[in-house]
Write a protein that binds this ligand. Structure first.
Ligand SMILES: C[S@@+](CC[C@H](N)C(=O)[O-])C[C@H]1O[C@@H](n2cnc3c(N)ncnc32)[C@H](O)[C@@H]1O
Ligand code: SF4
Length: 396
């Protein structure tokens, strides 16, 4: 059965009104916005999708930039966002969002002045140290702690941790989150993330055994994506389908039995890795999804998507020069960049299985059928149905 939380296509269909508005006018506010408060990170995951921005081994290269949002620019951004129709905001990275000391002020502003729902991707190591646990439980729809390991030994080795940010600290922070959630009757969803890689797949079962007895809401597994900055050979850049089929899937099945309803998996990504190596399911001609889920980098640039962060040629503008609203409404600039990606480069500079990839499939299908009344009628029906069953629909 398809996931009720991790289902970008269903979430796009739920936002049909915004989708049709976009096709009609060529402009619509994003549904979700990804914001990177910090490019710096206190961990060094070798698989990190943003590693080119902050990992030591990239020091001195063109994209390396361990910057953080300045307070006044971050606060002006959230003030601007609160006047738009944007429905949700994810704190992500870049690097580790909780490293930015102004994150708390930005959260408080949004909590008190907007209807935007909040979510956070974090390594979870600094939640207690920076006194974020209560605030997150009061203000966020979800938080997901990226753990990606089943033992302290491999976690600490892989991420290169110290006494203040190691496995033990993170596990304690997760337990504290669960405790505060219960005590305050917060509705927050607490998720634990596991990016499956060749280094950690043997620990999937250990991980599942840890979380079967801790009251988190879900454990989410997703395959490692090799982003374009790390890929040397365009054709074979992702890990082979044999690995996913023979090594990963069997272990995920075991985890599913252990975790029961807590088990979640981005299986749509696994399907693309297993059944269409080479194209990885990129059967659309335009990246329309990016128009509903852009990314604001910690350098203040508004990027096409999270996967292009750091590459200035894919930035619509900088918040150090213009407001988010002015940047977003500069349709000429946005179209220039999207034409370059869609029709000049034809995605050759895009990472496979990028963030808007799954949304792109359905948005391209909708675009092809804009004149088909039956298609639209069925989609409308589906949209009504999905609204009833999909969790966190605002977070595409
Ligand atoms: C880059 S992290 C930044 C936020 C935070 N530091 C964290 O680790 O959650 C954002 C998300 O990307 C995921 N991620 C990192 N590298 C990845 C990769 N190579 N493939 C798939 N997901 C990845 C992380 O697990 C996390 O869910
Ligand atoms: S904790 Fe997050 S940002 Fe830091 S290295 Fe790991 S995946 Fe990247």
């Amino acid at each position: 059965m398809e996931s009720k939380i991790f289902n970008p296509q269903a979430k796009v269909i739920i936002h049909l009104k915004d989708v049709y508005n976009y096709f009609k006018s060529g402009n619509s506010d994003p549904v979700t916005i990804e914001v990177d408060p910090s490019n710096a990170c206190n961990h060094s995951c070798p698989f990190c999708i943003s590693g080119h921005l902050h990992l030591k081994k990239f020091k001195g290269t063109k994209l390396f930039n361990r910057t953080m949002f300045k307070k006044e620019v971050l606060l002006k951004l959230v003030q601007d966002l609160s006047t738009t129709n944007i429905k949700s905001l994810n704190w992500t990275g870049g690097g580790e969002p909780t490293m930015n000391p102004h994150l708390k002020d930005a959260i408080l502003y949004l909590k008190n002045n907007s209807k935007i729902k909040l979510g956070m991707f974090t390594n979870g190591s600094m939640l207690e140290r920076f006194d974020l646990i209560d605030l997150v439980c009061e203000s966020h729809t979800w938080i997901r702690i990226s753990l990606d390991a089943g033992t302290a030994e491999s976690y600490d080795k892989l991420r290169v941790t110290n006494q203040t940010n190691n496995f033990k600290v993170v596990l304690n922070n997760i337990k504290k989150l669960v405790e505060v959630k219960k005590k305050t009757r917060s509705k927050i969803s607490i998720g634990i993330g596991y990016v499956v890689t060749k280094d950690n797949y043997k620990e999937i079962k250990d991980f599942a055994n840890i979380f079967k007895d801790i009251d988190v809401d879900y454990c989410q597994f997703k395959p490692e994506i090799i982003q374009i900055e790390r890929a040397t050979d365009r054709k074979n850049e992702q890990i082979s389908e044999d690995f996913w089929l023979n090594e990963a899937v069997t272990r995920l099945d075991e985890a599913k039995i252990i975790l029961g309803e807590k088990f979640q998996c981005n299986s749509y990504k696994l399907e693309d890795l297993i059944s269409s190596p080479g194209s990885y399911g990129r059967n659309y001609k335009e990246c329309i999804g990016s128009q509903f889920q852009p990314c604001v980098g910690a350098d203040g640039n508004v990027y096409v998507c999270t996967n292009h962060r750091g590459h200035k040629e894919y930035a619509y503008g900088s918040l150090y020069e213009n407001s988010f609203i002015d940047i977003w409404n500069d349709i000429k600039k946005r179209s220039e960049i999207m034409n370059k990606i869609n029709y000049e480069e034809k995605f050759c500079k895009c990472s496979h299985l990028c963030k808007p990839h799954e949304s792109n499939k359905i948005l391209w299908e909708i675009k092809q059928n804009l004149d088909d009344k039956n298609f639209k009628k069925n989609l409308e029906k589906k949209s009504q149905y999905l609204k009833k069953i999909i969790k966190h629909p605002e977070f595409i």
